[in-house]
Design a protein around this ligand. Structure first.
Ligand SMILES: C[S@@+](CC[C@H](N)C(=O)[O-])C[C@H]1O[C@@H](n2cnc3c(N)ncnc32)[C@H](O)[C@@H]1O
Ligand SMILES: [Zn+2]
Length: 996
């Protein structure tokens, strides 16, 4: 049975799915459970929902009904806030169907599978993701509201205990929400401590009209042998009449230009001062001492400082490395500013010696724990090779605890111990209530897991690798930058304050997530989870390697929907060790010095004879099994880039073979894939088609990243994922020549359908959609066969793509246009290039204003491959131009206006064509010349020019006129070339075209 996702008509609903997905990725509309803890590359729920449903529904399911039932229509909020509807007539497609996601990540896909009422299995390689999946999928479904209440109750208990802990109590002041701190080094020139401050801004907040309403910064002052911090709070100064403004509200006066703040109105200046520049420049290996003003540069092996140096280490790196080795003579941490919340506003104050003494006191406590060999300080090694994304490694942070200042560390360790205690208390409580031992343990595990996820969130907020954000008056999570960065103004929070990032708030996030997950799970309307507890629906979370799936036995699935990692996108294993070291502690037992298995023991320990051995880090155990390209993991081998690439391809292929094994014979696999280069397609096809003997039945571009990246005129190379639909049934072999026509015809047919949808006017399909759609049709022909043969035998996938699939696909797309308008074939590659870009990528823009098409280097390459032209000729013939000399963005040199004076300059200066002495390099030159003459010359004069041009190159002129015929029809009204082409067509026919 052909499914909806395999049909052309899926493209009719695509724009609405993509619009909703774009909204979902934006701040306010994100699924609340994403706030629980950060995970990389999570996919929008609505997209996942639609892919799953369309993989189960038969072709002809009805677009209107689909959109309504997916809640893309007829709802007020973002669709993910509503459960999908399964009308009785759809029951047979969903009830009892089984779905698998072997690369489940944070669970967007299985969650939507569950909401559609399927039996769902979610699997992940990494312990961290596995535990998060349990928190997302399993516990809410199993325990519902009860769990919400218990997590809240025990979370409060922990907060109370922590507050009353004598060690912690003395470390925080009740009235301080956060402290902003940084690193200091001992100046090698003057021998005094100087802070290194990356950003002096404390507040730089705009109101919704874009005016500055809150401004403050810190000002370091050399004071004897010390650097004192002054606070310059503009709003405060105005309020206290130290700056005399006619009004207290600064927004009408405040201007900020670079680092300069000015308060002025009507030429009167009330205040003007520069915010100090950063005194640390890692890229230039320079810092400036704030006391003596000397540069801090290089250090030799004897610890001597040098202002100039070759092959020497930067002093700052050296000093921090020493610090982490335990030699604290050259670097230290210092708190600079404390932030209080009073009546909803922030008050900034310089930190005192007493504040800094608290860091020291915490350090004492930590030292005691270290000396005792306490199990709860994460001394595990950070993956030493992962310099690509764990940038702090360069500063000697090589153990996970290095990422926290002593106070942060002590608080985290205390939380670990408290969560461990809660686990025991909950278990005892349940046993006392008469639950079985097994059930009590399982429930305690769920509660402890939620509390531990809250701990991960808190750690993410509370390290020396986070950042104060003066624009939003909040601080940013450690992992929010897709890596772990070296920060020169980090934040240390009071765990109890009412401020984003504190422990109290992290718990609230966990609770909010649980509430979302427990109320929105069931397939029918807004039932609560408790209503579906008796449902037979199964949600299974397993920890398994997608390349083997050894825990599944012979299980077969109706659909497999999954989102494997993309080559070198994110080092999941190494980065999520950040969570691993905390989760492991809070969820395991401890004898004081050593961790012992308790909750999720299979995730943190592995069987070793009859005992369990602790898995120290994920990178040591799992990195080599992660499906990705990561040369660092092959650090000690030659040729590691190639090895890493080959490794990725092997694992991807293995995982496809394994998926095929677990797929029912008439089942569907839908895989997300974010890379769209020919090489990425080749890797994917080698894995799915060649490796697992699956054929491609369709592909759709699905928006998966934030909306800004795809606005404007559609791009060829996608910022989106492509969902490829696969089925079993690959057999036999064919000569490429035998199927060539079928391939072109398939691409033509698909393009015609998509153009028809566009013409029907309801659908905002874009150029990239057409390209992907046409390509999918080509692939569906080719991948039916095991082997495609050329004159030299079997054609490898790469060659097949480059020499046949891309060219045939684009030929099919062009044929759709020429057939529609009954025009002879367009043969010239430059004419084809111009036509494809204008007709598909220009004419399908959803903007209302004309803007030249801006292809990327990849776009040029892909179309170049398809049309057999080298991008350098597109430049040489002035068809495209580089936007910036060094950049990778180009711009299509199409006419932007239709005024005669503009056209003349355009021809001469942009296209390099002299109308008085025309030379034709290709049909596009002829087109633009003729458009110009048609616009500016009377009929008879035009006819003369036309005849003359024909003597230069008849074929070019004929193709130019054919181009004009198509462009006059397909371009949007706001494209000036639509009018130019129309006028040309009319002039060629000798007709008069009135008023343009
Ligand atoms: C692109 S992410 C999935 C994101 C997910 N769709 C979501 O919305 O949250 C890919 C996931 O595959 C996991 N992974 C990598 N190699 C794996 C393997 N061999 N087996 C299972 N999972 C693996 C990674 O840990 C990562 O979480
Ligand atoms: Zn100095």
């Amino acid at each position: 049975m052909t499914r909806f996702i395999e049909e052309d008509t899926i493209y009719k609903v695509l724009p609405e799915i993509n619009d909703a997905s774009a909204k979902e990725k934006q701040g306010g509309a994100r699924p609340p459970f994403w706030e629980m803890v950060f995970w990389w590359t999570r996919k929008p729920l609505i997209g996942a929902r639609c892919v799953i449903a369309a993989s189960l529904l038969p072709a002809g399911a009805g677009e209107e009904e689909f959109l309504r039932n997916m809640r893309l229509r007829g709802v007020k909020k973002t669709p993910h806030n509503y459960n999908p509807e399964i009308p009785p007539s759809w029951d047979s497609y969903f009830k009892g169907k089984k779905m698998l996601d072997p690369f489940a990540g944070f669970g967007s896909i299985p969650l939507e599978g569950a909401r559609l009422g399927l039996d769902v299995t979610a699997s992940e390689l990494l312990p961290t993701a596995y535990i998060f999946l349990k928190a997302v999928l399993e516990y809410p479904a199993k325990y519902g509201r009860k769990l919400v209440e218990d997590v809240e109750k025990w979370g409060q208990w922990i907060t109370e205990q922590l507050k009353n802990d004598p060690d912690i109590k003395e470390l925080y002041d009740d009235d301080v929400a956060v402290y902003i701190g940084t690193w200091e080094v001992k100046c090698p020139t003057c021998g005094r401590w100087t802070p290194l401050i990356g950003n002096h801004w404390l507040a730089r907040v705009k109101d919704n009209k874009g005016k500055y309403k809150r401004l403050a910064f810190m000002k370091p002052i050399a004071d004897g042998d010390e650097v004192r911090i002054d606070i310059v709070d503009i709003n405060r100064l105005v309020k206290d009449r130290k700056i005399k403004l006619p009004k207290e509200d600064i927004s009408e006066y405040a201007k900020v230009s670079g680092q300069k703040i000015t308060l002025e109105k009507d030429g009167k200046i009330y205040f003007s001062e520069n915010v100090p520049e950063s005194n640390i420049h890692p890229r230039r290996s320079t810092a400036i001492c704030l006391l003596c003003g000397n540069p801090i540069r290089f250090v030799d092996e004897n610890g001597e400082h040098h202002v100039e140096g070759k092959n020497m280490e930067w002093y700052v790196k050296w000093a921090l490395k020493k610090y982490h080795e335990g030699d604290e003579r050259f670097a230290r941490q210092r708190l600079l500013v404390k932030v209080k919340v009073v009546d909803g506003d922030l008050i900034f104050e310089p930190c005192t010696e007493e504040d800094n003494a608290k860091l020291e006191r915490a350090k004492e406590r930590v030292r005691e724990l270290m000396e005792r060999g306490d199990s709860d300080i994460p001394r595990e090694e950070i993956s030493p090779y992962e310099m690509r994304s764990i940038w702090v490694l360069a500063y000697g942070f090589n153990k996970w605890y290095h990422l926290f200042n002593p106070r942060q560390l002590l608080t985290l360790v205390k939380l670990v111990k408290l969560i461990r205690e809660v686990g025991k208390k909950v278990e005892e409580e349940k046993i006392r209530e008469g639950w079985s031992e097994e059930d009590s343990f399982a429930y305690a595990e769920a509660v402890a897991t939620y509390l531990s996820v809250g701990l991960c969130k808190f750690a993410d907020f509370n390290s020396v690798s986070n950042r104060w954000n003066p624009g939003w008056l909040k601080f940013e999570e450690t992992l929010s930058v897709r890596g772990i960065a070296m920060m020169w103004s980090w934040v240390d929070t009071n765990p109890f304050a009412g401020f984003t990032g504190t422990y109290s708030r992290s718990l609230e996030n966990s609770l909010g997530s649980l509430q979302y997950l427990t109320s929105k799970f069931s397939p029918q309307t807004q039932q609560r989870i408790t209503d579906i507890e008796n449902n037979s629906k199964e949600i299974k979370v397993i920890q398994d390697d997608a390349t083997t799936l050894s825990k599944l036995n012979d299980e077969k699935y109706d659909i497999i929907v999954t989102d494997p990692p993309y080559a070198d996108d994110v080092p999941y294993t190494e980065l999520s060790d950040f969570y691993y070291v905390w989760l492991k502690r809070a969820l395991s037992d401890s004898d004081g010095r050593k961790l012992l298995p308790r909750f999720h023991k299979e995730a943190f320990f592995k069987p070793f004879g009859r005992a369990w051995r602790e898995i120290k880090t994920q990178w040591q155990e799992f990195a080599i099994r992660e499906v990705s390209t990561n040369p660092g993991r092959f650090m000690n081998e030659d040729d590691r880039n190639r090895k890493a690439e080959q490794h990725f391809r092997n694992l991807l292929t293995q995982s496809f073979i394994t998926m095929a094994k677990h797929l029912k014979d008439d089942g569907i696999i839908a895989t997300y894939y974010a890379h769209t280069s020919p090489e990425a397609w080749a890797a994917l096809l080698d894995a799915g088609w060649k490796g697992a003997k699956l054929r491609v039945t369709n592909a759709i571009p699905l928006l998966t990243e934030s909306a800004q990246r795809v606005v404007g005129r559609g791009k060829l190379a996608l910022d989106t994922s492509i969902v490829v639909v696969w089925r079993k049934g690959v057999e036999g072999e064919k000569e490429i020549n035998e199927i060539k026509d079928d391939v072109v015809i398939a691409a033509t047919k698909r393009t015609l359908h998509l153009l028809k949808y566009i013409n029907e006017g309801h659908y905002d399909l874009k150029g990239r959609d057409i390209m992907v759609g046409a390509m999918a049709s080509s692939l569906s022909i080719v991948t039916q066969y095991e082997r495609i043969l050329g004159p030299m035998g079997e054609i490898d996938t790469n060659t097949l793509l480059l020499n046949y699939i891309y060219p045939y696909t684009v030929r099919g797309m062009i044929a759709a246009l020429t057939e529609t308008f009954n025009i002879p074939e367009i043969r010239n590659p430059y004419a084809s290039y111009y036509l494809v870009v204008k007709a598909f990528f220009g004419a399908t823009s959803n903007g209302k204003k004309f803007e030249r098409f801006k292809p990327t280097a990849d776009d040029l390459r892909i179309l170049g491959i398809a049309l057999g032209i080298d991008a350098k000729y597109l430049l040489e013939y002035n068809l495209v131009k580089k936007l910036k000399k060094s950049g990778k963005e180009y711009i299509l040199l199409e006419p932007e206006k239709k005024e005669p004076s503009y056209l003349e300059e355009y021809l001469q200066f942009e296209r390099g064509i002299v109308p008085s002495e025309p030379e034709l390099r290709n049909p596009v030159d002829a087109l633009h010349l003729l458009e110009y003459w048609a616009r500016t010359l009377p009929q008879s004069h035009f006819n003369e020019k036309l005849s003359h041009l024909k003597t230069l190159n008849l074929q070019y002129v004929e193709e130019a006129i054919n181009l004009a015929k198509i462009l006059s029809k397909v371009l949007k009204d706001y494209d000036p070339e639509k009018h130019l082409a129309s006028e040309l067509v009319a002039k060629v026919k000798g007709e008069k075209l009135e008023v343009l």
